[in-house]
Design a protein around this ligand. Structure first.
Ligand code: XIL
Length: 618
């Protein structure tokens, strides 16, 4: 991984120079520094490439943009089965080799699409009856041959594409019908055996928001990780309508995958407009692109933003969605559209963490509808610091099992060692051997449970070794020690008479210091997604919070994000995580969960924050 990344990085720098050169040769009006890849720095910005584009009449112009603007490249069709594996015993690598040679000449990373799909399969495999073991062997032969051949070239593989239908059920493809749902994990395992380095992702559309389909992908990924099936990331295809998506839901969705330790890739973005496009719809499109990129850049796990093509002249949209088109960032004459400018400007800002003022698809367009990006120096970047942030209850009682939560910032798959001192006050419960290996225990390594076994105050600290960012981009193997160990005091369960009972973290118990907005973001027969926004309506910050409510019916939380949730019977407690423990005056914390329910899914009647009842905002 390391050496490949290093060489890749040298190649990128070279390609950046070459690519910009190509661009300045072929375009008018823009200077060489004004490329998306220059604005992106170490972030991956990319496009799919059309089949045999080198035969287009405008091939030179096409290639200049493809090579000059982007730092990651996906052959759009020619790695699909029908193209690369037309007969059982013959492969057609000629066009793929050409794509790879072109991408490499521009120092681009290469994204392979795709090893498994229910579409674009040759008749010899899709239209015959096979036994499960015959078809598995055919799949293995394909993966061995294709992944093996491009082992040193392809950095990311879409191992499986569009396995689920929109209701989250496994598609009844010939793969599924013949092998059963294990075909997906067999492909991931085989690809890992062939290339121990490559990033293996699951790719799908309509999984950007939290919904039944993304829940199915989430459940599959979680199950894979728990069983040691190799999976490194999720590809959100991002084929959108001009109305956009719910960006909060997208952010929360990315977060839950990131919490599993997975990387996120936007793989096939396009935003289709009803034709003819108008200046208003083009401005709206620019906003949609900018908002999606914005949420991706704010999510440290989001690695790449790739378009499914770049010019409206060559896009799959008009033929697939009649009446729609104009979905990409250049028009049919290769002029950058407002969407280009919006993307360019957002890339320049980097991975900003300031709050976003316009969270929804319906927000007012903010992109400048001009065609010329403003010139700006290529940002030089210091390496983001890897950090471990620890949190644990400050006081527990003897015998209590409590959780040390570790937040990993700027550190990839890792081994973590947790230490406690002095010895003998706590023990790991359940026992967990150190270092805790993230690949094996993605959840436990973030939530380490201890039992308090003796009275006193114990210091807990953690160190991790894993992939950490390097200056200018890329990753290397490194380490991080938590800067702030946490101390936990273990007391007897019966408080001494002089002690006033210590309530759970309680800030200023002024009345009505909070309001709560509880919404059901989506609901299906047996489950729903709840979102909660807690607002501090007082004039003092809330330092540490716990929100209590009772479900009125049969709701049962399955998992959540952005808070630590526990449910006992009907009673729920949502506690802060370390990074959202402070709610500034008039500020908010939002979190969400997935729950099952039966009967009426009534909204809770009251919410109590740190012991104080909150008003309810409908
Ligand atoms: C599309 C191609 O762009 C078309 O040229 C082809 O005819 C059909 O496939 N999701 C995917 C891509 O994963 O492979 C699809 O590409 C677009 C939707």
């Amino acid at each position: 991984m390391n050496s490949r990344r290093r060489y890749w990085w040298i190649a990128v720098m070279l390609g950046l120079i070459l690519g910009q050169f190509a661009w300045s040769q072929s375009s008018s009006g823009q200077t060489s520094a004004q490329t998306l890849r220059a604005a992106a720095g170490s972030f991956l910005i990319g496009s799919a490439a059309d089949s045999d584009f080198w035969n287009f009449s405008d091939a030179a112009q096409y290639e200049a943009i493809l090579g000059g603007q982007f730092n990651i490249y996906t052959p759009g069709n020619q790695l699909k089965w029908d193209a690369v594996h037309p007969q059982r015993t013959s492969y057609n690598f000629t066009p793929v080799d050409r794509h790879i040679q072109i991408a490499k000449s521009y120092g681009q990373q290469i994204h392979g699409h795709t090893l498994l799909w229910h579409q674009q399969n040759p008749g010899w495999v899709a239209n015959q009856t096979w036994t499960a073991s015959e078809l598995t062997n055919i799949l293995y032969d394909h993966i061995d041959t294709v992944v093996g051949r491009y082992k040193n070239d392809i950095a990311i593989w879409d191992v499986a594409n569009e396995v689920f239908d929109d209701s989250g059920v496994y598609r009844r493809s010939f793969w599924y019908n013949t092998i059963g749902q294990s075909y997906v994990e067999l492909a991931f395992k085989r690809a890992r055996q062939v290339d121990s380095d490559v990033v293996l992702i699951y790719n799908d559309y309509n999984i950007e928001e939290i919904n039944a389909k993304s829940n199915a992908v989430y459940a599959m990924a979680k199950d894979f990780l728990a069983r040691g099936i190799p999976i490194d990331g999720i590809g959100f295809q991002m084929h959108l309508l001009g109305s956009g998506i719910n960006y909060n839901s997208f952010a929360q969705n990315m977060q839950r995958f990131a919490d599993l330790g997975l990387k996120i890739y936007v793989t096939e973005a396009d935003v289709r407009l009803q034709l003819p496009a108008t200046s208003a719809s083009l401005a709206q499109q620019a906003t949609v692109y900018q908002n999606v990129l914005d949420r991706c850049l704010r999510q440290p796990a989001c690695q790449a933003f790739q378009f499914w093509g770049f010019s409206d002249k060559y896009s799959w949209v008009p033929s697939t969605f009649p009446g729609y088109g104009a979905a990409l960032i250049y028009d049919e004459q290769y002029n950058p559209k407002p969407a280009y400018t919006a993307i360019y400007n957002r890339l320049l800002q980097g991975r900003s963490t300031t709050p976003t003022p316009t969270p929804n698809a319906t927000s007012t367009p903010t992109a400048q509808p001009t065609n010329t990006p403003t010139a700006s120096a290529t940002p030089t970047q210091a390496a983001p610091q890897p950090k471990l942030i620890l949190s644990a209850p400050s006081q527990v009682t003897l015998g209590q099992v409590f959780t040390l939560t570790i937040q990993y910032v700027n550190i990839g798959l890792q081994y973590t060692t947790v230490t406690s001192s002095p010895a003998g006050l706590v023990q790991l419960d359940p026992p967990l051997s150190m270092p805790c290996k993230y690949n094996q225990h993605p959840t436990q390594c973030k939530n380490i449970t201890f039992k308090a076994t003796a009275l006193g105050t114990v210091q807990l600290n953690a160190s991790a070794t894993g992939e950490v960012p390097i200056a200018g981009g890329g990753w290397t193997w490194g380490g991080a020690l938590a800067q702030n160990p946490v101390s936990v005091t273990i007391v007897n369960s019966t408080p001494t008479p002089t002690n006033t009972p210590t309530p759970t973290p309680s800030p200023t118990p002024t009345s009505n210091a909070c309001s709560v907005h509880y919404t059901i973001a989506s609901q299906w027969n047996t489950g729903f997604i709840g979102n909660v926004i807690v607002t501090n309506t007082s004039n003092t910050p809330i330092n540490g919070w716990a929100l209590n409510w009772n479900f009125a019916g049969n709701q049962q939380i399955i998992n959540g994000w952005n808070s630590s949730l526990t449910q006992t019977g009907n009673a729920v407690v949502a506690g802060n995580l370390s990074w959202n423990s402070v709610i500034a005056p008039q500020g908010s914390a939002s979190f969400g969960f997935q729950a099952s329910y039966s009967g009426a899914n009534a909204v809770p009647a009251s919410f109590i924050l740190n012991g104080v009842a909150c008003s309810i905002v409908p």
